[in-house]
Write a protein that binds this ligand. Sequence first.
Ligand code: XMP
Length: 507
Amino acid sequence: MDKIIVLDFGSQYSHLICRRIREFSVYAELVPFDISLEELKRLNPKGIVFSGGPASVYNKDSPQPSSKIFEMGLPVLGICYGHQIIVNNFGGKVKRANKEYGSSTLTIDNGSDLLAGMGKSTRAWMSHGDAAESLPAGFEVIGHTESSFAAAIANRQKLIYGIQFHPEVVHTEQGIQVLKNFVLNICKAKQDWTLENFVDSTVDEISKIEGNVLCGISGGVDSTVAAVLIQKAIGRRLKCVFVDNGLLRAGEEAEVKEIFEKNFGIDFVAINAGERFLSRLTGVVDPEQKRKIVGEEFVKVFTEFAEASGPFRWLAQGTLYPDVIESGISKGPAAVIKTHHNVGGLPSWLNLQVLEPLRFLYKDEVRRVGKILGVPDKILFRHPFPGPGLAVRIMGDVTREKLQICRQASRIVEEELQDAGLYDKVWQAFATVGDDRAVGVVGDERKYGHVALVRIVDSIDAMTADWTRLPNDVLERISNRITNEVEDVAWVGYVISSKPPATIEPQ
Ligand code: XMP
């Protein structure tokens, strides 16, 4: 498979470069900027992209790639900071300049290769404080904006290109065209990265492993898709376990069980451990303490199961590509099958190796793989749910009464959003409950009931979130149904705090 390697200099858009390239079926991988030359050679890329980044190339400690990279004879495209690295490396000058931020008109001076097919001018997204002041020998300007005379440069002999703008963001009108020109025409990479190929090659690779695989299932997208993929490769040598910790959404276990057993014939065990978790959580109000208890108890239940039903050789996890990069363990070529010991707090004597079939994929790619494998949309498009479950959705101590309220009210929120066609448009939607009480009147009777708070947010990656401006009639239906149908709720509130400063979950 042909691949493009993106060196990460710390731009918030680095991942986006990979994603855009993958969108036109060429495999792209993000690696740290200081990857060694040997490692890079081993990856055998068709071309290299330098991402943007927050540093200034003229500062002593600025991140720099190995200068030998330019001697590999591979095409290089520098974006923003990456562009400045190229200018600096070949003897041009980069200086602090007037900040250019937002959309600019890029005039194309030479549209013969990198900027081919883009007409005379186009809108391009800029975000930089430094700029090239003079160009190195051998480079020519192929595009400029009003404030950047060298917004796009080329050294055709060496196939080295630099652009000050960001082709990976949607605000750059023909950004994809620039990336395609580089990847397909200059690097001559083949478009052979498809998720159908990924499924075939991953199933093939996993089918070679020996021993049994244990997989913890949460009902979420990632662990489900990972399990279905593994099952396709090794059938009943995969055993899936679902721990009901008593802190799940309404109907979760039944749904997951049906899909695993009926749709896929996966060897599946559900462990009802609710009592164990709830008794340890009694009287605990501190959120971090709750998280710790749920985590510890999970490891205990899981370990007991692994001991009793083993031996297992492998532990499957639904780790995704951004997690791999963030945890800094992706130095070089991440193999689908990685071997670690003592993962996730599990005791080392279980001797499990880790199987992470999704470690190359982004979330949207996981959903598409799920589609190829026939995983129902109900799972693929389900909102994220925290590992510690309702323990962090309930404020104060976790009681059966509050769990019941939280579950029923959340189900109403989900149903009403589904009915209004809004469920897939929001990031998360649920109800939370704490210890506050308020007075309501039922018939002629005053009742001193709970206050349920409805939380619905829009977000792209959960790092930031905005409260959803829901139509009033939907809010009204949610409120009416919760007070009518959920016992012991007198008031319903809608949370209008965004993240930051608030968080999505109440705890
Ligand atoms: P916050 O509340 O920090 O949540 O804005 C951001 C995203 O993370 C989820 N979340 C968790 N997920 N364990 C998890 O697996 C946790 O302890 C946890 N806390 C929050 C939350 O649902 C949201 O999607």
